[in-house]
Design a protein around this ligand. Structure first.
Ligand code: COA
Length: 238
């Protein structure tokens, strides 16, 4: 795989580790990061050796402080941005990954940062986490799925409050609203994510992939169609 500049990717014992790696800018999501993430997500999706992947942020202060504001004013025109998005649909690719994805969150998790976390299946956070969507205050709306993935995770009222006020939620509140699965001390963050990954890896992979597919695809279906999907996947496994 090509050399990366703003993320790192390693594979160990069937786990893929993706680290957002611009700690001097609180791991802000820039165009380079979009391109590298697209490449690494494609690699994970096609790699049968990767049973589960963990996403995290480098440095002490943030998982990711959102879109890189220094690129904001120099961004290409909306038409070009849309073409690029069609060519490089990072968020669609994220949501199409068959393997379970775990986000290990610390510090600031803002804008694109929370949207990356919401594309993951399980979120663990350290006690210092602060999550939010500041976009509306900047005169834009989240464009990496946040308006869709957040309400599907925390419900309409909590999602709208976060989106419309831009208020940051702390670890306790995030846990209470179901935005994160677990809150642990900072030094326990990666070990906790790895324990979950190891448990998942100990199960037959086909069952894991089918269970994820049933839940993720089923959430967008009505109950009847969801049950039919579950039956199809169960037959496939049997
Ligand atoms: N894009 C580019 N650089 C960013 C950034 C972003 N989204 N967020 C932080 N940084 C950079 C800062 O410019 C600063 O760089 P510098 O040391 O070269 O000056 C460094 O990261 C540290 O951030 P700083 O603002 O000094 O830390 P802080 O503790 O005072 O504040 C935040 C932390 C997260 C509250 C603040 O950085 C912030 O509001 N960031 C923007 C969040 C945002 O609006 N994201 C976009 C969502 S669409």
């Amino acid at each position: 795989m090509a050399d990366f500049e703003v993320i790192t990717y390693e594979k160990k014992d069937g786990t893929g580790y993706v680290t957002l790696d611009r700690p001097h800018a609180l791991n802000a999501y820039n165009i380079r990061m979009r391109d590298e993430l697209y490449q690494v997500l494609g690699a994970i999706k096609d790699d049968s050796e990767v049973k589960v992947a963990i996403f995290r942020g480098a440095g002490e202060r943030a998982f990711c402080a959102g879109a890189d504001l220094t690129e904001f004013l120099t961004a290409p025109s909306p038409a070009i941005a849309r073409q690029v998005r069609w060519a490089r649909d990072v968020w669609g690719l994220f949501l199409s990954i068959p393997q379970p994805l775990i986000a290990a969150l610390h510090g600031y998790v803002l804008g694109s940062g929370i949207e990356i976390a919401l594309c993951c299946d399980i979120r663990v956070a350290s006690e210092d986490v602060r999550l939010g969507l500041p976009e509306t205050g900047l005169g834009i709306i989240p464009a990496a799925g946040g308006t869709q993935t957040l309400p599907r995770t925390v419900g309409r009222a909590a999602a709208l409050e976060m989106l419309l006020t831009g208020r940051l939620v702390d670890a306790k509140e995030a846990l209470r609203m179901g935005l994160v699965n677990h809150v642990v001390p900072r030094q326990e963050l990666l070990p906790n994510a790895e324990r979950i990954a190891n448990k998942i890896k100990s199960h037959p992979q086909a069952a894991v992939v089918c269970a994820k597919q049933a839940v993720v695809r089923g959430l967008d279906l009505d109950l009847e169609a969801g049950l039919a999907l579950e039956a199809r996947l169960a037959r496939l496994l049997a």
